[in-house]
Every structure is written in C-alpha cells, then in structure tokens.
Design a protein around this ligand. Structure first.
Ligand code: BG6
Ligand code: MG
Length: 216
C-alpha cells in the first residue's frame, strides 16, 4: 500500500486547464493568430513562460524578451479573472471524495503544481486544508518533466518517493512522477499518458482499495 498521494492541480483536481487555454487563446486573438486545439494538451503541466513559447510557435514572427514578459503578464491577468469565480463546483469529478477518503485514512496528501496560482485555486475550491504539503512553481527551480516538484512534495510529507502515488493529466507530469521514482496514475487520455502505470478517465474511476489501505 502507498503512504502518500501527490496531486497535480489543473486538470486533475480543478477544472481549470480550460481556463489556461482560454486565456492563451485570447492572447493569440489579440496578436492576430489562432491556436490549434492541440495546444491545450501541449501546455498542460508546462510553466507559464514555456507555455508562452509554445503558443508563440503559431505566431509567425519572433518576439523580444520584453514582449514575452508583457504577454505572459497579460495572460496571467486574464487567467486570474477567469478563476475569480471558482467554487467547490469546479472540482473535477471524484476529487472531493478521494481527498476526503485519504484524509480519513491518514494518508499524506501533497500538491505538486506548476501553477503560481495554486494557492488561491485550492482556497476557492475549499480543499486547501486537505493538503499536508504544497509544492508549487514558486518554490522549485526545475519545471516538470524534472522530478524536483514531486520530490519536494514527498520531502514535505516525510515519505519516501517509492511510497508515493502521483496523479497527473499532463505528459510532462507523468514523466516527472516516474523520474521521481514514484508510481503514476494518469487522469485523462490513455493515448497522451502512455508512460503512466495506471490510467483513469477521471478520479471517480480510481480504484482506491488497490493502492490505499482503508482504516474504517
Ligand atoms: C499548470 C498548467 O498547472 O500551470 C499549465 O497545466 C500552466 O498550463 C502552468 O501554464 C503555469 O500556471 P500559472 O498559473 O503559473 O501561469
Ligand atoms: Mg495538470
């Protein structure tokens, strides 16, 4: 059995991946180019600047560093507006029940999110108190697919990586979990998350008893 669960946030617990994509689309609109749907998957798990660089591949011109800084800031302003109305209804299916069960069973719960907006999102969703440790982009130097963020969360929980189960909806995230020496549950498309040890379409399909010991 596993001793801890470490979660990605956007697209695993929170229905916010679509807001990241919407914000990028509005930036592309203003700049006069359009984004193919595949960008939605390409920016999953990828930090803000690296996501912008992916978006600008479709722009048809190069941007200076100063322009990029401005666009990244604008995207964030729009994203922050989009998440301003988040409530517990924006939790993805199965997330609340899973977090509740883990807490009751005394399993460590960690967050490993590439988003600098992770804290306000957790608070708006009403699940901040469920987390024993939070690793987000503000505290790490190597973004996913580097394992640092998952290792930081395991460290915060005082659990060895081999005893941690990681949850991710992004290819880069699954790679990070595996590189950390953890077991990976992919949430979403089996095609995209091939490297995962187990795949569920959403958290309602997660087989809890296979991974965690139930105490009550
Ligand atoms: C990740 C998202 O969780 O956070 C990415 O999957 C996003 O799409 C990244 O780019 C960074 O988010 P933020 O809020 O710091 O711009
Ligand atoms: Mg994600």
């Amino acid at each position: 059995y596993f001793k801890a669960a470490i979660f990605d946030l956007d697209g695993v617990i929170a229905d916010t991946a679509r807001f990241h994509f919407l914000a990028w689309q509005s930036i592309a609109d203003d700049e006069g180019f359009s984004l193919p749907a595949v960008v939605d998957d390409r920016v999953k798990g990828v930090d803000r600047m690296a996501s912008l660089n992916i978006v600008l591949e479709y722009a048809g011109r190069t941007y200076s560093d100063a322009e990029k800084e401005a666009l990244a800031a604008q995207k964030n302003e729009r994203y922050v507006k989009l998440i301003a109305g988040l409530t517990p209804a924006d939790l993805l299916p199965g997330a609340q029940l899973l977090l509740d069960r883990l807490r009751v069973d005394g399993i460590g719960i960690g967050l490993a999110s590439a988003s600098r907006n992770a804290l306000p999102v957790l608070k708006a969703l009403g699940i901040f108190e469920h987390f024993n440790t939070i690793a987000d982009a503000n505290y790490i130097s190597h973004p996913k697919p580097h394992p640092e963020i998952f290792l930081t969360a395991a460290d915060g929980l005082g659990v060895s990586p081999a005893d941690c189960l990681g949850f991710e909806d992004a290819e880069a995230g699954i790679t990070a979990i595996k590189a950390a020496g953890m077991t990976a549950v992919g949430v979403g498309s089996a095609e995209l998350l091939r490297e995962a040890d187990d795949i569920v379409s959403d958290l309602t399909a997660f087989d809890y008893d296979r991974y965690f010991r139930t105490l009550i």
